[in-house]
Design a protein. Sequence first.
Length: 459
Amino acid sequence: MRQKHLLALLLFSILLPTSCRQKKIGTVPPLANSDLEHIVSSDTLRVATMYGSTSYFLFRDETMGYDYEMAVDLANHLQVNLKILVAKTEKEMKTMLRENKVDLIAYNTAETKESKTQFKYVFPQNNSYMVLVQNKWNDIISNVTELSGKKVVVPENSIYLKRLNALNDEIGGTIHVVTVPDTVSTDELIGMVAEKKADLTVAYYNIASLHKTLHKNLDCRLRIAFEQRNGWLVRKNSVKLVKAIENWESLPETEQTASKAFLKYWNKSPYITMLKIRIPKGSISPYDHLFKKYAEAINWDWRLLAAVAFHESRFDASEISWAGAAGVMQLMPRTASNFGLNRRTVLDPELNIEAGVQYIKSLNMSFRKIENKEERIKFILAAYNSGPAHILDAMALASKYGKKPNVWFNEVEYYLLKKSKPEFYNDPVVRYGYFGGKETARYVHNTLDTYHKYLKKKQ
């Protein structure tokens, strides 16, 4: 690591004008001129963020969050350590950045005229817009003019307050705007509306819709502002850092990491699971005892069974997918019926887990010719996600074209991904046609990653 830093500093010294090359290699540049040189020489990327459902939080003693994971990836790209400084408010984060206490803000920050004069926006994320968050059990407001006389709670010093004040001016100043300290998060305010502790609040649609997966009584359809761009913030004079971030975000590996993290946190966030599913301290799930009980029937480590359940339902026994998969193990109706469950009993956690294990046992029989147990498990996981038919097709393709039909990664997995192309799904050895295998490939990787994390967790 030290040799890497010396080489990096030497490169910087070559690029700098002669008058700037007098500093000894290893000397940390003054904070006033903090940029990429300081990050490399100090071996630390200092990042400000805030606790939030997609930014930064602890889940079962593990640090998580979309912004956190991407900041880790950026630090790894720069080959430096990451130091997270957690602020209580957006104002505090911007002060930290302005005063050179951090190098960047890794938090989904809306682009405003004021911020653009001071900072450079980097790592742009999906555009969003502000909506009114309301409880369906109240009289639903469908037009901003109906806000007259209503009480709307927002944090002080926030972009939501500015928009609400502007809207209030537009309709004649009749909205009752109530402010709370800006240390109260948007997540908390949305929860208050869901629990009828507050009448109304304002949030960005992407955050509000995430909370709808937890609170079905929320309504966030009324749009009250135009779409806004957003992203991370860097000081304008950190020119080299900006360039380094732009290079990093353009890499195919970064796009893949960001896509995976986006699905993880914006589609079905562990943060929402944390609020919904109460997990005893020191446990992996609410159902550890059931995983331990039934994993013996398939000779699996119970934590692998728990990892399957996590990626299927996030341990939500009431979960029913758009396709009809239900319960902890997300059993499809026909599979559930085959193992004696009906619409009512399929949501019973123990019966669902027991049936899921019986289904895994049947998949184990389907792939019994794969003698290596660890390899067979990968095929079972893939088949659990996609059904065995497409996996058998991919094995046939692998065998035909010289790959190893009993090895998953880069062998059968390769041809599963090829099944979305006509020259492969029309091949004579393929019996079940087209299949987009990306989700199944990710599922195997992610489930095994989670299993290995569970193995490291102290029980």
